[in-house]
Design a protein around this ligand. Sequence first.
Ligand code: NAI
Length: 377
Amino acid sequence: MTKLKWGMIGGGEGSQIGPAHRLGALADGHFEFTAGALDHRPDVGREYAQRLGIAADRAYGDWTEMLAGEKDRTDRIDLVTVATPNATHFEITKSFLEAGFNVLCEKPMTMTVEEGEEIVKIAEKSGKICAVNYCYSAYPMVRQARAMVRAGEIGKVRLVVTNFSHGHHGDATDADNPRVRWRYDPAMAGVSGQFADCGIHALHMASFISGDEVETLSADFASTIASRELEDDAMVNFRMQGGTVGRLWTSSVAIGRQHGFDIQVFGETGGLRWASEQPNQLVYTPVGGRTQIIEKGESGLYEEAQRLSRVAIAHPEGFPLAVANIYCDLADAIRGETRDGLPNAADGVRSMAAVHTAVQSAKAGGAWLDARPSIFR
Ligand code: NAI
């Protein structure tokens, strides 16, 4: 099968998420790395792109140059990944969609709900794919959990409890470290710190596994390190459209917790638990029965989970291959196959609406507010 052509904006040398995209996009042979504007410093980006094997005429200095260079080529890229800092996502994603490219945008998709709604409309109008990198949803055992809920294996879902809490910004003496500080500075991060950074992964996962969407929420935000303007800890209670009760805790000052993302889904006839630090195991307990550990790679998994496992049982695959699963689904979608579960612009705008609603709720002492974007009310 002919390889698809892939380009990336951001994700330069030394960036946090760039390597996961490169490993992910190239892991299964669906894509070749054809074009890039990888760094905010044009020369550095061009040089790095060429070191990664991109031809000199497609190693661009910035994204506008890349758009101009790619749009009229007959062999133009099939997919562009946007892995730049948050405030640039909207403009780049919008411009590439309007020019007829498929886009994978990092989370958060935009800074405002209005921008998010605009992206949903542009994506619909263009007929192109606009995916958002909620990559944890592509772990095989998360897909297994979703399939089990859909098949009724735990009955109607009553309750979802999820945490994305780590302790890596918990050192007050390091709070001015430039890699940490921007996340709590509204000029750089927007209206929310930890909830927009990590909480939205947990919120997306709650919807992804339960099959339900957030309707209302009540939030309590805290800046436990006093110099921080934005929250470094948040507790968000939510209710979903189908009646599911949700509880979410996200923190960056939970010293001792490492990655710290886990989710439990409790239904009328059973419960499930998955944690990012043990991603190959899904814990399942039927009501009145014994707790069982379902392992990636074992026989009898749902097709959605089996299809995204590559190596034999008990061998770890891990985060870059969860990102690779997103790219597998994208490759299939670009080639015309429907891929249920690929996070999209609708998921992106729902997250932004939840972020802005949580900020308002926290300011109003935890008031319960409608958390749906207006286009989904
Ligand atoms: P970073 O600060 O480590 O790297 C950003 C990279 O983008 C750098 O190479 C920088 O030179 C480049 N860049 C900045 N502005 C640019 C521009 N205008 N044009 C081209 N390149 C530009 O940031 P990090 O942590 O890699 O985050 C990037 C995005 O990925 C953020 O939106 C973040 O929320 C998201 N992210 C998502 C994760 C996930 O699990 N899905 C995990 C970590 C980050």
